[in-house]
Write a protein that binds this ligand. Sequence first.
Ligand SMILES: [Zn+2]
Length: 376
Amino acid sequence: MVGENSQDAGLSAKNEMERVMKSTLDRIHMEINDRFFRLNEMDLKFGFLLNVEELCCGHNTDDAIIKSAARKITSTAALQVILGIPPLHLQLQREARGTALFRLRLPLSTNRGVDAAFCVLSDVNITHRWSTRLSLRNTVFQAEILALLKAVEHAVSLPTQQLTILVDNQASINSAANPKSHNSIARKIFKLLHSHPHIRVSWIKAHVGYIGNEEADRLAKEAAETENFPETPLELPKSFIKTFLRQKMMATWQMAWDDGDTGRLIHNIIPKVSLHPINWTCNEVLFFTGHGPFPSFLHRFNLAETSFCSCGGIGTPIHYATVCLLTTSYHIAQPSQQHQPIWFRRVANNSTSRRKIHNLLHFLQRETSLFRPDPN
Ligand SMILES: [Zn+2]
């Protein structure tokens, strides 16, 4: 039951569900706000690519038509990669999963976990044994500190007498000695030890043959090797869940980008998705997507009568950047046919080439009529 798992005692399952729903909606709302904020920021930079207003009631100039066309057919997948914005459905999925894990305390599915154990030694006899398994995604530290807590709790339940808990993990001792530790289990241990001064904790070297230590190791190993050994549900570290969900989202996005049918020119240049926008100018986007003032592109969408440049060649982006007689001052060395994909990658990664591309596009846009074949 959800309510039973709730940390806040006294909340019914219904109340808890309502709270979780509200928290999910709040997060989605925040995510959407953030997304629009970033889109607006990008709008300033890329303008036409995202300017829906102009698309709907664009002015009837050639320029606006070209830009609207570019906006219409530049694939969403490519834009997302260029802008560093994951698809909205993946972002919402991540939020929903995060909420489920944080608030409903649903477990992540696991294979085999980390193990924790302690035993009680009086003289040379072992009088009590405890071991458990945590989820695979719990850390070794979480296992160590949980075992220490269980040992302290057990010690508290024993008749009052001087006793020492020997621990082979220095980090959990340090953590338990810090009343301001970020780890809630460590703080619990600190409180217990503080109110039970007859219990001492000290460090012991591991794997050197101490009977109790060897036995605890054996118990942990047994828990590890037993099939279906019951797991102790322990809250996963928040940082882990956040990283885990982000990685999962990025992997899904990467798969969709690799397997997609659209935006393949951009995929060639930017094969890896990232949360950082690509630092391209408007003109560079026009060139690399091929969705700019190029006869080859305009002709495809009936915005030009022919795909030929006035020099006689086919007016593709690479034509203007390498061979066109009208753009010689912007030229970059021409690649062979089979090396074109590599050429685009190199140009995109070279600041000098990119500056040339930027200026070339500026020139093409300014002198549109120069590149249109004389209809007569
Ligand atoms: Zn030409």
